[in-house]
Each structure stands twice: as C-alpha cells, then as structure tokens.
Design a binder for this molecule. Structure first.
Ligand code: ADP
Ligand code: ASP
Ligand code: MG
Length: 403
C-alpha cells in the first residue's frame, strides 16, 4: 500500500464537472489500495478574480485580509472535492490550514511552510479515508492566515509529501507533463520524459509556470521525486528527480522565457568604487529584485553606463528611487518595457563546448538582437525584444534539436 500525494491545479478543478472527474481519479487510486492525500488549488481564475476585487476596494488592500480573502478559493475546492468523493462512496474529509495546522514563516502573501502537524490526518488515513488539503496557504505563529506565493499549491504538495513521507508526489495539471517550452504557446514543444531537479529549477525560475520554483527547490533539498502529468489524458508524464539517473546525451533540455521584464539604463554614472552598491542598495531595501546587470567599459575612465533588468511592475518605483538617490549622479535614465529574457537550460551544457556560440549564431541568423547576456553552469540567458520571443524559441528548438 503506497502513500500518495496527488496535487490538482486550478484548471483541473476549474468546473464542477472537472471536480467530479478528479474525484474519479482519486477514487481509482484509493480503490487500488493506496493511502491518498489530495492537495487542491482554487478553481482556475478564482485567485485572480479575488485579487481584482480587492483592488477595486484599494490598491493597497490590507495584507492580512488579502490572505484571508485569497485562501477562500482553495477552501471552496477542498470542500467540493471531499463532497464529491463522499458522494462516490469514498470516505473523505477536508482540513483548512489552521485545523491541521500548516505553520508558516515570513510575510503575508509570500510566506513559507515550516511545519505541519500530521497526527489527525494520519489517524484519518489509517481509519480509511481520503484527506483533502487546500494548497497555497498556512497559518503564522501569530495565528494569522497566510498565503505562500502564486502557484503555491505545488509547494504545499511537496511539503505534504515530505512530512507524510509519501511514496509519490504527483502534480496533475492541464498539459501532459513538462515540455521543452510552453506547449500552449509554442506548438513545436516536445514532452520531456525525465528531467533533473537542477534543470527543472532553472526552467521554473526562468519562466516555465508548470511547476513553482520553490516547490522544486524543496523537492530537490529532500530528494522527493515528482511526477507532472495530465488530469485529462492517461499519457505518461514527466519524472523530476536526482540527476545521477539521467542521460546527458542532450546538451540543451529546454527553453524558457519570461514575460513582464523591463530594462533600465543609467547613462553617465561615475566610474568609481561604490557606485554600483549605491545604485542597488535602495532597490534591495525596497524589495525590488534586480536580475541581469551589465556595466559598460568606461571609455574615458570617468563615466560609465549601467544597465539592469527588473520586473516591469517595479519600473515606476525603480525610476523614482533612482531619481531621488542623492548618492549617485548620472546624465540620463532610460528604460524599455518591451523586453524578454529567453534562456536555454541543460545539465549537458557542462560537458559540451560551443553551446554559447551556437545559441548566439542561431539568434543572429534570425536577426534577433541580444541586449544583455547572463550565464550559469547549466543555463544561458539573453535579453531580446519581446516581439521576437516566438521566433527565438523556435530557432533555439531547431538548433538544439528539441523539436
Ligand atoms: P496548474 O493550474 O495545474 O497549477 P499552471 O497553469 O500553473 O497549472 O501550469 C501549467 C501551464 O504551464 C501549462 O498550461 C502551460 O501553458 C504552462 N507552461 C509553461 N512552460 C511550460 C513547460 N515548459 N512545460 C509545460 N507547461 C508549461
Ligand atoms: N490559487 C493559487 C494561484 O492561483 C495557488 C495555485 O493555484 O497554486 O496562484
Ligand atoms: Mg501552477
């Protein structure tokens, strides 16, 4: 008898018909003799709808109340799913974050699961029944309801799998698995059968929404194998696990791209020690994440230009902070909101020379201009115009034979 954690994302529980379909998937596992804990998201679109409603009331909606509001989405699906299972003759119960409790640390809307008390649910599983846990939420030490970041039900599923020492953690979603890039946007994307934690972590952090990056990070830390699969087909999904067991014949495994990036250039800043720190310190104090950074070689030894990227939602705040920064002087501040970061990812890169050249050449052939470059051991990222994303992803698929 295996202990299984099954997570169902928003589209998988997006309608009552789909909730009934999910209940049938769970019943099948339960009837096969497994102990099942299901983690559920809110119905697709619900979290955004609630967020929009809060924004009508205030652009600065109270953070504590926002978390209370957003967790309601997952509460609804948990109860509907438990009800559906009971209707199908399977004993089932849902628990809310504070009833378990799922303890979190950190700030509202971006908290982190630190512990869970499993005794009651464990007793219930032993008495024979399916447990339903709402994803995306927890409770702080102070007793406040918290949420753990967008896409956070993935992280809940991994945490539950860890604490219950589950035999498997299956992420049911609306695509057949992890693809070489977003299959809904780029039809030439190919499904990946197996992928290492490291590669999946890079793919997720660089824009592949299919798995939340902090969930992958936790799975990697505790060596919890994951499986991403479809709620709507029986096709084999993608296994995410330790890289020792993976074949390195491919130098590139996937292509990710981000949306909502912005590029900021501060022209004519002093070329002397401490200037970069003076630019970035107030940004970091204001929780603005700086991603790619380039500083031009100074031509006259006195002045230089500094370019960096941020999320476009932080652009206004960034401009304000830079303009009011008395520790720096500069000639001009410019920005570009129409940029996107395209990245190739693959552990095979470590042992294959010439990948950087091939990437740049493939983009050049398609007349795609590279504005900023950043690399790590298993990824190369370039900043390009966002109008050229599809062309770039297709060119990279051809070059690295991913199609
Ligand atoms: P869920 O609601 O199940 O959590 P998400 O919408 O968060 O689902 O993630 C699934 C979506 O991720 C897919 O519908 C797909 O459009 C998108 N996606 C982006 N990159 C990839 C990729 N490399 N492989 C698979 N899906 C991807
Ligand atoms: N409902 C939350 C969101 O839309 C969490 C999740 O679906 O994973 O971000
Ligand atoms: Mg998701």
């Amino acid at each position: 008898m295996a202990k299984k954690v099954l997570k169902f994302g928003g589209t998988s529980v997006g309608t009552i018909e789909r909730i009934l379909h999910v209940a049938k998937i769970i019943k099948k596992e339960y009837d096969a003799g497994h102990k099942v804990i299901a983690v559920v998201s809110a119905m697709s679109g619900k979290t955004n709808e609630l967020l929009d409603q809060s924004k009508i009331i205030s652009k600065n909606f109270n953070k504590r109340e926002l978390d209370v509001l957003l967790t309601s989405g997952e509460q609804v699906t948990s109860a509907l799913l438990a009800g559906a299972l009971n209707e199908f003759g399977v004993n089932s119960r849902s628990w809310l974050n504070w009833q378990i409790p799922i303890l979190t640390d950190g700030e509202h809307s971006n908290a982190r699961i630190i512990n869970m008390n499993i005794s009651r649910i464990d007793d219930f599983l032993s008495e024979k029944g399916v447990a339903i846990i709402p994803g995306f939420q927890g409770i702080s030490k102070e007793g406040n309801v918290t949420t753990i970041g967008r896409g956070g039900s993935d992280a809940t599923a991994v945490a539950v799998a860890k604490i219950f020492n589950a035999d498997s953690c299956e992420i049911y979603t609306d695509v057949d698995g992890v693809f070489s890039t977003d299959p809904n946007k780029i039809p030439m994307a190919k499904k990946i059968d197996k992928i290492s934690y490291d590669e999946m972590l890079e793919l997720s952090s660089l824009g592949a929404k299919v798995m939340q990056s902090s969930a992958v990070q936790t799975a990697m830390m505790y060596n919890i194998p994951l499986q991403v699969r479809s709620t709507f087909t029986d096709r084999q999904g993608t296994k995410i696990f330790n890289q020792e067991s993976i074949d390195y014949s491919k130098s590139v495994t996937g292509v990710a791209y981000s949306k909502n990036d912005a590029k900021v250039t501060i022209a004519g800043v002093k070329d002397k020690p401490g200037v970069a720190a003076s630019i970035f310190k107030p940004l970091s104090l204001n929780q603005i994440n700086v991603d790619m950074v380039v500083q031009n070689i100074s031509l006259n030894g006195k002045e230089t230009d500094m370019t960096f990227t941020i999320k476009s939602e932080d652009l206004k705040k960034t401009q304000k902070i830079i303009r009011s920064n008395r520790k720096i002087s500069f000639r001009k501040l410019t920005y570009d909101k129409n940029v996107s970061k395209v990245s190739i990812i693959g552990v095979g890169m470590v042992t294959t020379p010439g990948i950087t050249y091939r990437m740049f050449q493939a983009l050049a052939t398609k007349k795609i201009n590279i504005m900023v470059i950043s690399t790590s051991e298993i990824k190369i990222s370039v900043l390009i115009s966002n109008k050229q994303i599809k062309k770039a992803v297709a060119a990279l698929h051809k070059e690295f034979k991913l199609d």
